[in-house]
Design a protein around this ligand. Structure first.
Ligand SMILES: C[S@@+](CC[C@H](N)C(=O)[O-])C[C@H]1O[C@@H](n2cnc3c(N)ncnc32)[C@H](O)[C@@H]1O
Length: 290
């Protein structure tokens, strides 16, 4: 085995990643080395001439190889930052996206004057939305639901990581069903969801690293991508208090259609569509009538 220093192994790893078309190869090589060696990025600069032992080098190139094959780096390191918090991420659970922070930020803003809000996050995945809301609204109580056992296990880890198990109730089940079983009719101040919303057509054009590695159950939203919104809307109003907030993440082209569905319910007011940082429609929210 070649003897590597920190600098030389990073250079070689980065070069392999670059050849595979990875856009920030040196940074990703650093992240992978950090993950297995305990060296922080600053140490990698200060101690660049230090030797890397054979075992670490072998493991490093294994990870480089996984990454070259398209595995998302978050599934390799098991981490993703979201709303300034560090979430653990498992394979078979959707990696939280920056876009979803737009939804969380809006909900935080809309609930800022509400005392002890009771919130539900449907389709919680890693718990990115539920954990962030509970973390930043210190007097809230949050229900988090998902049908996937992988998601529920991962979400539980994130709840424990931030010491929130007294303020987040995690429930496994189909969409709103667990909330009705908990007797929450008319009790929610806010119902929030980032459900699967990719249509048949858009599934085909997803990047390989998403389609090949992230769970179909977390992505596919039926023929037109709207299936989950329709199902949630069927019963959501029975769970919300008067003036309760309903807020969804959407695909860039789903704002008008979801607005129509909400209007057709006849019980929601002030329906709004808002954009993400890229200028694309990203969230829809509204309030129950008085
Ligand atoms: C787009 S992901 C969102 C994950 C997370 N909320 C986030 O924003 O990162 C959708 C989630 O819906 C869950 N899901 C799919 N079908 C469901 C159902 N029928 N009932 C509850 N959850 C479901 C998936 O397991 C997945 O975790």
């Amino acid at each position: 085995m070649v003897a590597y220093t920190i600098e030389s192994i990073l250079k070689e790893g980065a070069s392999l990643l670059k050849d595979a078309g990875i856009s920030s190869p040196y940074l990703e090589a650093q992240i992978l080395l950090e993950n297995i060696s305990g060296y922080r990025k600053i140490d990698m600069i200060v101690y660049k001439d230090r030797p890397v032992d054979g075992k670490t080098a072998e493991k490093f190139f294994q990870l480089i190889d996984e990454r070259r094959k398209g595995k998302p780096i978050q599934y390799i390191t098991g981490h993703q930052e979201f709303m300034g918090l560090d979430f653990c991420v498992h394979e078979n659970v959707l990696i939280p996206r920056r876009d979803t922070e737009v939804l969380v930020e809006k909900v935080l803003q809309l609930l800022k004057d509400k005392e002890k809000p009771v919130i539900a996050d449907i389709c919680t995945g890693t718990g990115a939305i539920a954990v962030s809301l509970a973390y930043y609204i210190s007097d809230s109580f949050v229900y988090a639901t998902d049908i996937s056992l992988y998601a529920v296990e991962c979400c539980r880890e994130n709840i424990d990581r931030y010491g929130l198990k007294d303020r987040i109730k995690l429930l496994r089940g189909d969409l709103l069903e667990p909330l009705f079983e908990e007797g929450l009719e008319g009790k929610l101040d806010a119902l929030v969801s980032n459900p699967p919303y990719i249509s048949n057509k858009d599934m085909e054009s997803l990047p390989d690293n998403v389609r090949g590695f992230e769970p179909h159950l977390a992505l596919y939203g039926g023929e037109d991508g709207m299936e989950y919104y329709r199902r949630i809307l069927k019963d959501a109003s029975r769970l919300l208090k008067k003036s309760g907030l309903l807020a969804f993440e959407i695909g860039w082209d789903q704002g008008a259609e979801l607005t129509k569905l909400l209007e057709a319910e006849g019980v929601y007011r002030d329906i709004k569509v808002e954009k993400d940082l890229a200028g694309l429609d990203r969230i829809v929210y509204c309030f129950m009538e008085e």
